[in-house]
Write a protein that binds this ligand. Sequence first.
Ligand code: PLP
Length: 375
Amino acid sequence: MGIEQALMPSPEAWLARERPDEPVFFFCPRRLGEVATRFLDGFPGLVSYAVKANPLPELIDGVWRAGVRVFDVASPAEMALVRAQCPGAVLHYHNPVRSQAEIIAGLEHRCVSWSVDRMRELEKLAALPAGTEIAVRLKLPVAGAAYDFGAKFGAGPADAVALLRRVVEMGLTPSLTFHPGTQCRGAAPWERYIHAAAEVALEAGVTLHRLNVGGGFPSDRGEGHPDLETIFATIARSARDAFETPPALVCEPGRGLCAEALMLALRVKAVEADALFVNDGIYGGLAEWRDLGAMGRVRVIDPSGRLRAGPAQARIVFGPTCDSLDRLPEPMPLPATIAEGDFLICEGMGAYSRALVTGFNGYGARRVVPMSEAF
Ligand SMILES: *Cc1c(COP(=O)(O)O)cnc(C)c1O
């Protein structure tokens, strides 16, 4: 790997040399470290990493080495993965619905914070050690995200009040958590949620141990680098304004932390006048593109690594499987001269890409090539 890294100044150079027929991810530890530092330095509280966005062991290791010590896990397999990678990690178990076996796994892995959003699930946690943190998950009808995370989990304000009171009765430690929805375009959803959280706590008559403001931090999908610092500042100000004594803050970014860390290279299998066939699609690393639209940060190179420039032409993009659903929702503008054997290099592909690869029809991007620190 050391030699491969020394010979690899850029993805272009590597692709021109290897000409892989399979899709390939490039892992950029330096970019991961930079984004992690931005969160650790800028967020006014504790930063935890939401593992589901990308459970790649090298990425978990990079997040740890950057200084993140807390990991948001949703399943026993994620707990085991993080424990194997970073034995000293602090685990937050923030999947509010759990089987009995999963509760036992959470105890065995010494998870310190557990989210809940309904009374029946809270009662199932009676065996937790006294004082364990329970983060009641609040949901509001909030717009502003690429899609809504409140559609599945979360208690409305009245139910959250009842849950907080019951947490205290059970001898557990009350906190609140929410998720404003993934890829939020601005800070407004956090502002609304933090004010609502303060009202819920006041109504319940409960002093919150912590307030977890979720994930939802945006990555650059082609609209330019997101202004994370403004979001951090809004979160800090909202907490000061909304609470008489603000609780300690926690965030749990997935996408915002890991998206920059990976690029994805696709190869063009065939070109038609109005369509393009590439070697990965919605059952692989492009799963999200069906719902969020295509990544805007894509460049095309020919097999010798030269950038294709010139006017763009929109073509329908089909993935490699034999399923007719395996296509992108909108035609994608790419250089008109694109040809069979070319590569598409997609930036910012670290989140919800490799994690969602199914292997359907024998396809799907799995290979990860580490880039040198220089890139
Ligand atoms: C998915 C998830 C996250 C991360 O969300 P992003 O939008 O990727 O930042 C954080 N917390 C919980 C509970 C989640 O389910």
